[in-house]
Design a protein around this ligand. Sequence first.
Ligand code: WT7
Length: 685
Amino acid sequence: MSKDKPLRRSREQQSADVSEAQIAVHWPEEDYFHPSSRFIAQANLVDPGVFERFSLDKFPECFKEFADLLDWYKYWEKTLDTGNPPFWRWYVGGRLNACYNCVDRHLAGHRNKTAIHFVPELEHEVVQHITYQELFVRVNEFAALLRDFCGLKTGDRVTLHMPMVAELPIAMLACARLGVIHSQVFSGFSGKACADRIVDSESRVLITMDAYYRGGKPLDHKEKADIAVAEAAKGGHKVDKVLIWQRHPGRYSSPTKLVEGRDFLVNDVLRTHRGKRVDPVPMPAEAPLFLMYTSGTTGRPKGCQHSTGGYLAYVTWTSKYIQDIHPEDVYWCMADIGWITGHSYIVYGPLALGASSVVYEGLPTYPDAGRPWRIAEDLEVNIFHTSPTAIRALRRDGADEPAKYNHRFKHMTTVGEPIEPEVWKWYHKAVGKGEAVIVDTWWQTETGGFLCSTVPGIHKMKPGSAGPAIPGIHPVIYDDEGKELPAGSGKAGNICIRNPWPGAFQTIWKDPDRFVKQYYSRYCRNPKSKNWRDWPYMAGDGAVHAADGYYRILGRIDDVINVAGHRLGTKEIESAALLVAEVAEAAVVPVTDQIKGKVPDLYVSLKPGLKASNNIASRIMAAVISEIGPIAKPHGVIIVPDMPKTRSGKIMRRVLAAISNHQDPGDVSTLANPEVVDRIKELVK
Ligand code: WT7
């Protein structure tokens, strides 16, 4: 797309946004909260001069400070290479190893310090405290297994479909040690969704686990591996080996049989690798560290490719200064490592700093809403990180629970979705006991790490607003015509980042065109330009910039629904529904949900002559779950006689969204079939 032809969104999309924006803008501007002097006294960053050091005229050299937090085998020659926009290359010529930085380099000073506290969901199971030394041994042995038993080498891709157990970071770090690119798929995703990612990344090895606990019950996870391998084969791709960790080492906990010659129990194979050590491979800074698939506007998830040097530098710096992690801190991020939050802020950032990071297996509310505070009390967690969805659920199920425990947080993070000021205040008062600072961090899978947040030792907090940009990030809000909306304009626009930054993803795996088109072309000033200033990054979120410089993020401007802080593409759900033979058309719209923020409502129309039935509806529901996973489960499947359509035949999602949210769909007289609207309203009632 070129600059002379700005992509104008259609009217229907615009009106859908307006209602989205209005919901958020209805929050009143809130009063500030101040960080305590006690927090400030110990904070890693209190000098407001940092913003001067990271001003645009110091770009890109200012980012040397980020990379200097790491150990390099070879120092880089060029901080930023902009020769091939927008494929920015950071720390060019440098060599490092991510595993070395997260494990080996801490041994001299912190060998016996806990690196990972693994907390099983079942409360009577003992917590495992894995020291840096143990982590070193386990990562080395598993790396040896990957290299010698699986024949994996630098640049190969491996798919992981692991639950929240210590073996997940161990597997990731073992890959990183070898320069093998890991692609962890959220364990809640179905075997089919896993297969799509195996095929796209061309992984020959799948690493999984037999079972894990969720809501107190053991879940058979191995069965998903069988589906994944079979589905991948249908896609023309063969998986050679499936490595299966055991949730209870030495005991296989899945009813699903092992496939001879393909499936291997890791603990059996590890025996022949005992005591092995694998030298970390010095990787070019630009070598990919991992892929993280995320939903987009098309039905196909995109593999966001993250670099070794830029990514690790970025998550390390932001962990130190925004999460305020000190080596003596016990840090707990309750996200899942299957999402970017877990990669950046459970594994790579905290471990690069030598902190102790908690990995919790299960549901925050299992067996009751006091569980997180018991864990925090027992482990003396002092930094806590979670999503508004989890906070809402904990508040609903146990608003008075935190007061019963002696946990003491100095710092708390919220991430993934806008947080309602009321919920923020409960988090602050009840969970943080009025003492903890809160950072509301806005970022994305693509961005590697935080973009907007207060610096906790410097800024005041404002409930419901993410805060200003972090040092080195320079956002701009454009309207649909590409005009800048100044701070305090009160208008919502598309938030973009003016400058490249080290944590940004390098490309979409095997799809560089989509990378350029989706993130850079809309506001690119000149596609031929080699100047980074002409290539703002478009995040895909609507935002307002307040007069005080704080950003309020309103939500996606595209066909993406943010469910419980995680992205689902409406097209992915719609294509799953279309797999049911009776379905003619499908349309997904977001419905506001008290706990999850948004949930999908799925409208379908059937092929001519077919009658709606519960049986069809439940088969549609099942198709969505088996294609994507329970996370995408529609709030409702509504079989309609016909979709509301424009005269040119476009489905009017705006009208459906209004009906689902019990709002006025507005003027529908211009529809080709206005009479259908009342009939759909009846069905939704
Ligand atoms: C989308 C990214 C960020 C890692 C976890 C989710 C929304 C994220 C916030 C926030 C309001 C937020 C945006 C963004 N989002 N953080 N603090 N306030 N909205 O990563 O799955 O890539 O989703 O989540 O819409 O684009 P993701």
